[in-house]
Design a binder for this molecule. Structure first.
Ligand code: MG
Length: 250
């Protein structure tokens, strides 16, 4: 299934994407699938981020060649940071570059959406806690990123977490083509098979610390090819089977 959250005539709705249409659900798909007879056309709605997560856990340095371009060392354990929910941005909306930064980068990432409460999950059970997958852009004020220090500031500005356009449970997350394009030019081009710390391991290790709740997301890290965005730029993050997450830069 492909899950969407949308706005139509000022009202937020939830639905299942079917071709060019949406089958409207009675309530948030995180609470179960309750179908209605209502259908709307995709062109008549605006898609929102499919989830509004309670927490967004992000993994740094999870592709070998990206570690190289940042001139950092490969971590022995996952580098984890949290993006505040106020950073959430809908597809199509503007990423706002803060005045205090001179360099704001895109980072295309596979985003895992948790479907049910998870605590102390075994690796072999981890995928049963996943609702599906979507795309995130882990926008980063690179010049404010401290090596070996905190990352919450450089990645925590408002609008620094575009997510969408939909969640799919129809993909194999271990083997997906991932790409970003800046003004149409391919900048990142990789495959999720290159993840150092895999999704099942991440769910297991994170859930050994904190409860993961339905709607929480895990941003799994970005491949090499990051670079800055300027005013007026269009950034597209695309993952095979998950569509295109497109935003503009202010
Ligand atoms: Mg990242």
């Amino acid at each position: 299934m492909r899950y969407v959250r949308f706005i139509k005539n000022g009202r937020i709705g939830y639905g299942l994407l079917e071709g060019e249409g949406i089958e409207v659900l009675e309530r948030n798909f995180l609470d179960g699938i309750f179908e209605t007879d209502e259908k709307v056309r995709l062109e008549d709605v605006r898609l929102l981020s499919p989830v509004s997560p309670g927490k967004a856990l992000c993994i740094g340095l999870n592709y070998r060649e990206h570690i190289g371009e940042l001139e950092m060392d490969r971590p022995e354990k996952p580098v984890v940071f949290i993006k505040p929910t106020t950073a959430l941005l809908n597809p199509g909306e503007h990423i706002i570059r803060p005045e205090m930064s001179k360099r704001v980068d895109y980072e295309a990432e596979l985003c895992v959406v948790i479907g049910r409460k998870a605590k102390d999950v075994k690796i072999e059970d981890a995928y049963s806690y996943v609702l599906g997958y979507t795309i995130a852009n882990d926008v980063t004020a690179r010049d404010l990123q401290e090596k070996g220090g905190q990352w919450t500031i450089c990645k925590g500005f408002d609008t620094f977490m575009p997510i969408g356009p939909y969640i799919s449970d129809e993909v194999n997350p271990g083997n997906l083509h991932i790409q970003s394009r800046l003004n149409g030019k391919v900048m990142q081009d990789a495959d999720t098979s290159l993840l150092i710390f895999k999704i099942d391991y991440l769910i297991s290790s994170l859930s050994s610390v904190m409860t993961l709740e339905k709607g929480d997301v895990i941003l799994t890290g970005t491949p090499k090819g990051v670079s800055p965005m300027a005013k007026g730029d269009v950034i597209e993050c695309e993952i095979e089977g998950l569509g295109i997450l497109k935003n503009t830069v202010l």
